[in-house]
Design a binder for this molecule. Structure first.
Ligand code: UD2
Ligand code: MN
Length: 579
């Protein structure tokens, strides 16, 4: 694929921290009620199901733009057609009171219809796209814990009302041990009117990863479609996803995730050409494809977009392929990191992740998780990420730990669990390296493997550090001498080959030791020129924050209290990589 080696720049729209909605959302003007009318045009069946042929015939029917509802739609209802719902002048207290039930405007969600219409936000050409008659059927899996009643219902109705019935095998609701009792009986009663809806109840809290696995284990459809439990599927959302899986079972398509406002429940558009990316330390974000890439590949706004990582919540995957890939690492707890795991796994082991602009699903992005984490939230997420890093990142895992996660290398501070099976799986599937992934799938990231390198110049002495016979000395700087070349790494090591400079505490200076990531005395804080305490090499040894200082004669090297004006404490590497 010629697209794979393309250089892609500009990562403007990434936010760090928790997962957030795509930026630059736009509210939709009053929509055309006609857009909500059902238009069912099913053509006579194609020849029998056959997914084995390598070259598929082109699709034969236009995407079905279904939007049905049992009752006549109340055009005057609040929030109808995806519009903002309004809070009455004296209802602010009520809104506030109920906010924490879901960390969005639960009060308004309860006031708008559970099967409201949403505006058809697809690019203009989407309804004209042809798809096959013999697409595989799908099981839609929602896992949830204490989901807001009206929102859960709206999610289910949107699937029932906007999916071609013959493609919807079933909807599986996996209740991840919700604590609200009313959610149980009430849900059984309500869902009993829909033969396609099945409820699976977990006997203890498993977290979304194992909850999804529990849903997948009982699914009967050929394709699994995972959705969050606070979404609204848009018109024509399903067929474009299934079409991609039908064309190639190793394609993992994701809908465009649009935004249902947490404040007023309005359905909002997002920018075109957005793809999922990550930044260190494995933080998910969105970024637009650069204009020159779009131009070069002649892309229109309805073309599938290659996606380095998926957001996580919404995607379809061939069920057999999901299990061939080993599904999710079941050792991941509660929330977080599983989107990185499955994304790296898919790409590195022969699959592809795509965003399909003709498939659109609205999602309520919340500022906080509305449910409790059985253990500390931060510890849970960083443990999940460390598992992913250890299995998939190869030498690049130093960049993960180096961006604020050094403490995870201290084996006493965290137990990331057993990884034998995950590592064996990667071997068995003969997956490619993380370097391959970066070069071919996410070339614009191009991360430096060290923070700085080259000669280590001491400002006071005006000489360079050199390693000779297992000891450190000073010499006239000479770029051609390998003995003067050092790396400053993401582990904060200053090393030459496998020997690291280790601090030994006040007065006693340093030692050269075999580099060990778990040893804090091998770590040096060092900032490139132009920042506070710039150029100092600050020992991280028992947090005393002592600085490495050259003796005025160049015959000693010891740790002393840091002084910002002391040039014998200032060190400069030849090259600093942009971080
Ligand atoms: C995103 C993903 C989400 C998941 C998550 C973790 C989207 C739109 N959402 O954050 O699917 O990949 O990143 O990396 O891409 N849940 C349980 N048990 C739990 C915790 C959560 O069943 O212990 C359910 C929850 O009710 C919801 C789903 O899992 O339906 C996802 O959780 P979220 O909505 O809090 O995650 P989100 O959207 O912040
Ligand atoms: Mn969500």
């Amino acid at each position: 694929d010629s697209k794979t080696n393309e250089k892609v720049k500009d990562e403007s729209e990434t936010k760090s921290g928790t997962k957030v909605s795509q930026k630059q959302v736009r509210t939709i003007a009053k929509s055309d009620p006609k857009a909500a009318k059902p238009t069912i045009k099913l053509q006579a069946g194609e020849d029998s199901k056959d997914n084995s042929t390598a070259v598929k015939k082109p699709g034969v029917h236009k995407v079905l733009s279904l939007d049905v509802t049992n009752a006549p739609r109340d055009a005057n209802a609040m929030g109808q057609f995806g519009q903002a719902a309004l809070v009455g002048s004296n209802e602010d207290g009520e809104v506030k009171k109920r906010w924490n039930e879901g960390h969005f405007n639960v009060f308004l969600s309860d006031k708008i219809p559970v099967d409201r219409a949403v505006p058809d936000t697809r690019p203009e050409m989407c309804p004209q796209h042809l798809v096959h008659d013999n697409l595989p059927s799908t099981s839609v899996i929602f896992c949830f814990v204490d989901e807001v009643w009206s929102t859960l219902l709206r999610s289910v109705h949107s699937v029932l009302n906007r999916s071609p019935p013959h493609l919807l095998e079933e909807i599986i609701l996996v209740d991840d041990f919700s604590t609200r009792d009313n959610l149980k009986e009430q849900l059984d009663v309500y869902m009993s009117q829909f033969p396609k809806v099945r409820i699976v109840r977990l006997k203890e809290r498993q977290g979304l990863i194992r909850a999804r696995l529990a849903g997948a284990a009982v699914a009967k459809g050929e394709v699994l479609t995972f959705l969050d439990s606070h979404i609204e599927c848009n018109v024509g959302w399903l067929e474009p996803l299934l079409e991609r899986v039908y064309l190639d079972r190793k394609k993992v398509p994701c809908p465009v995730i649009e935004v249902v406002s947490d404040k007023d429940m309005s359905y909002m558009l997002v920018d075109n050409f957005q793809r999922g990316i990550f930044k260190w330390p494995l933080v998910f974000g969105w970024s637009a494809l650069p204009a020159e890439y779009i131009k070069k590949h002649n892309m229109t706004i309805s073309d599938p977009i290659r996606c380095p990582v998926m957001a996580g919540g919404l995607f379809s995957i061939d069920k057999k392929y999901f299990y061939e890939l080993g599904a999710y690492d079941p050792g991941l707890d509660v929330w977080g990191g599983e989107n990185m795991e499955i994304s790296f796994k898919i790409w590195m082991c022969g699959g592809e992740i795509e965003i399909i602009p003709c498939s659109r699903v609205g999602h309520i992005f919340r500022g906080q998780n509305p449910y409790k984490f059985p253990k500390d939230r931060q510890k849970t997420v960083e443990r999940n990420l460390a598992r992913v890093a250890e299995v998939w990142l190869d030498e690049y895992k130093d960049l993960f730990y180096g961006h604020g996660y050094h403490h995870l290398l201290d084996k006493k501070s965290i137990d990331i669990g057993d990884l034998t099976e995950q590592i064996a799986l990667r071997k068995k599937l003969q997956c490619k390296s993380f370097k391959w992934y970066l070069d071919n799938v996410y070339p614009d990231m191009n991360p430096p493997l060290v923070k700085a390198e080259g000669l280590v110049f001491n400002r006071g002495l005006r000489k360079c550090l050199t390693m000779q016979k297992g000891s450190l000395l000073f010499e006239k700087c000479d770029l051609s001498k390998q003995s003067q070349h050092f790396n400053y790494t993401w582990m904060n090591h200053v090393h030459q080959q496998d020997l690291c400079i280790a601090s030994q505490g006040k007065g006693s200076g340093f030692a050269l030791q075999l580099c060990d990531k778990a040893k804090p005395e091998h770590r040096w804080f060092h900032k490139s020129p132009n920042s506070a305490l710039a150029e100092h090499l600050i020992a991280d040894f028992v947090s005393q924050h002592m600085c490495l200082e050259a003796g005025p004669q160049g015959d000693t090297l010891r740790l002393n209290p840091c002084e910002s004006g002391n040039s014998f404490q200032k060190w400069q590497f030849t090259h600093y990589h942009a971080q």
